[in-house]
Design a protein around this ligand. Structure first.
Ligand code: PEP
Ligand code: MN
Length: 354
């Protein structure tokens, strides 16, 4: 069980509450999140009445842990997540969000041009790798700090919030002044120290599912971030490893529908890494929106075959525009009859191309 103490409780009050819990015979420790203290009871409390805990001074609410391994996630209620201070890119309004850009930032000119193109195609956030996790240590590792500077400038110029991957606490500190969203990649979903580190920041976190993670492991990774006080987590399904070898990964759309029933956090889908094939990006993007995804993360390049990284899965800005129109049409069909924050004027034309 977790006892959530009222925000602003004094140290003395927290210690008194802890002593009271321990006085009931329970094992417990305090976790300090950014705005409040939590008392995590680690022993079995089933023989004790919850009323005993509820009435401890300073306790705002109780979260049962016995039923779930991710109590904060399970009890989290939907709240809008804005990606940039001024951009208006917000999860939680009912409109799907498109995040697009190159796998790697390759040059200043490339990211400026691509930012303009993806925005025209419908993207409302720009992605780009500055620090690249590469399976081979001989592959392009990213432009690092230069890439961060170029991306920030491109984002400001086109009024797009920027998303980039960080792989260590040092990179979090380096990227902090330049980016709006930290991405935790598939290889780092299990890096608990990194999850705690980004949890201590106040920027949204785009958390990718590890390629071998179960849905519960994925949610427990997100729980690490929430536990540090950062509630702005966006979950991203990006494909898992299976026996199938024709595609880079198997995009697990089961997980998307399942996650939507398990948590109020936004769930987005990355069909680029999920398939590893540019020809499969559009159909899986449409399917992702059809099964309830709140947005998409897509790799785009003006000349896909010339991409410094992940050339096989990049699509052009034109292909992105078509794909996104189709996705909006799918969404509109599904929202038919419900309150739809979507401009229906665009629907009839694009519906015919689905
Ligand atoms: C990426 O988005 O560029 C990336 C490396 O993704 P993943 O961690 O899903 O492989
Ligand atoms: Mn990539």
């Amino acid at each position: 069980m977790i006892l959530v103490l009222r925000s602003g409780s004094s140290l003395a009050m927290v210690e008194q509450a802890l002593a009271t819990v321990r006085g009931l015979g329970a094992e417990a420790h305090v976790l300090n999140t950014f705005d409040r203290a939590l008392i995590v009871v680690s022993s079995d409390t089933r023989t004790l009445s919850t009323h005993l805990f509820q009435t401890i001074e300073g306790v705002e609410k109780l979260i049962p842990v016995s039923t779930t391994r991710h109590p904060l996630i399970s009890s989290h209620h939907e709240q809008p997540i804005g990606l940039g201070k001024h951009s208006g890119t917000i999860f939680g309004t009912g409109m799907p969000i498109l995040i697009a850009g190159p796998c790697s930032v390759e040059s200043k000119q490339q990211i400026f041009e691509l930012a303009g193109s993806v925005k025209q195609s419908g993207a409302s956030a720009l992605r780009g790798g500055a620090f690249k996790p590469r399976t081979s240590p001989y592959d392009f590792p990213g432009l690092g700090l230069d890439a961060l500077e170029y991306m920030q400038a491109a984002g400001v110029h086109h009024n797009l919030p920027v998303v980039t991957e960080v792989m260590s606490a040092a990179q979090v500190a380096e990227a902090q002044p330049y980016v709006d969203v930290f991405q935790i990649g598939t290889r780092n979903m299990y890096n608990y120290e990194l999850l705690r580190e980004v949890g201590r920041h106040r920027k949204p976190i785009l958390l990718k599912r590890a390629m071998s993670a179960t849905v519960d492991e994925f949610l427990q990774a997100a729980e690490y971030i929430l536990l540090e006080g950062n509630l702005q987590v966006i979950l991203c399904e990006r494909g898992i490893r299976t026996f199938e070898s024709r595609t880079r990964n198997t995009l697990d759309l089961n997980a998307v529908a399942l996650l939507k029933s398990l948590t109020d956090l936004p769930v987005i889908v990355d069909p680029s890494h999920g398939t590893g094939r540019s020809d499969l990006v559009a159909p899986l993007a449409r399917a992702a929106i059809a099964c309830g995804a709140d947005g998409l993360l897509i790799e785009v390049h003006h000349q896909p075959s010339k991409s410094f990284s992940d050339a096989e899965q990049a699509i052009t800005p034109d292909a992105l525009a078509t794909l996104w129109q189709q996705c909006l049409a799918v969404r509109a069909v599904l929202q038919d009859g419900r309150e739809a924050p979507f401009n229906p004027i665009a629907v009839p034309k694009v519906l015919t191309t689905v």
